[in-house]
Design a binder for this molecule. Structure first.
Ligand SMILES: [Zn+2]
Length: 152
């Protein structure tokens, strides 16, 4: 077993690693479960008007402003999740939602505790330019967001 799904008192269901991953290692290659017309709490953005739902456990990875995963667009139109840092058994798997979303469907306060915490959750285009550059350089953003940056 590579992952386990746990119930967290505040976050709902979370995903924990059941084995160790090294930085740069592929943690999970997701697939598209469905395409939805509008952004929702669970969708990921792949184009201006294209939002997808991922298969489990990728659909349960939570947000962190200093995540242990980063995303890369994959061959099936979804995302591969790679380890940014050493992931130990029992670590919660999380990625940075603003690395795919131009905006957020619902405001929520992030409590990740990172130095780089956005506080109020925001989408990529709502963030200051300096934070966007930090995201690109230290975490990496989706192909769609990279294409927007060229146009900005
Ligand atoms: Zn945060």
């Amino acid at each position: 077993m590579t992952f386990s799904i746990k119930e967290h008192p505040e976050k709902g269901r979370i995903v924990q690693a059941e084995r160790m991953f090294l930085p740069g290692e592929l943690v999970y290659s997701s697939r598209i479960e469905a395409q939805v017309a509008c952004r929702d709490m669970y969708s990921l953005q792949v184009a201006e008007d294209k939002h997808i739902l991922l298969d489990e456990p990728a659909n349960l990875f939570c947000h962190s402003c200093e995540p242990n995963l980063y995303i890369v667009d994959n061959a099936v139109g979804a995302f591969d999740f790679y380890a940014r840092s050493i992931i130990q058994i029992g670590d919660e798997l999380c990625w940075h939602y603003a690395t795919t979303e131009t905006e957020v469907v619902e405001d929520f306060l992030c409590k990740c505790g990172s130095t780089w915490c956005m506080g109020k959750m925001q989408g990529y285009l709502q963030l200051p330019a300096a934070y966007r550059i930090w995201l690109q350089q230290t975490i990496g953003v989706s192909k769609y967001l990279q294409s927007l940056e060229i146009a900005l």
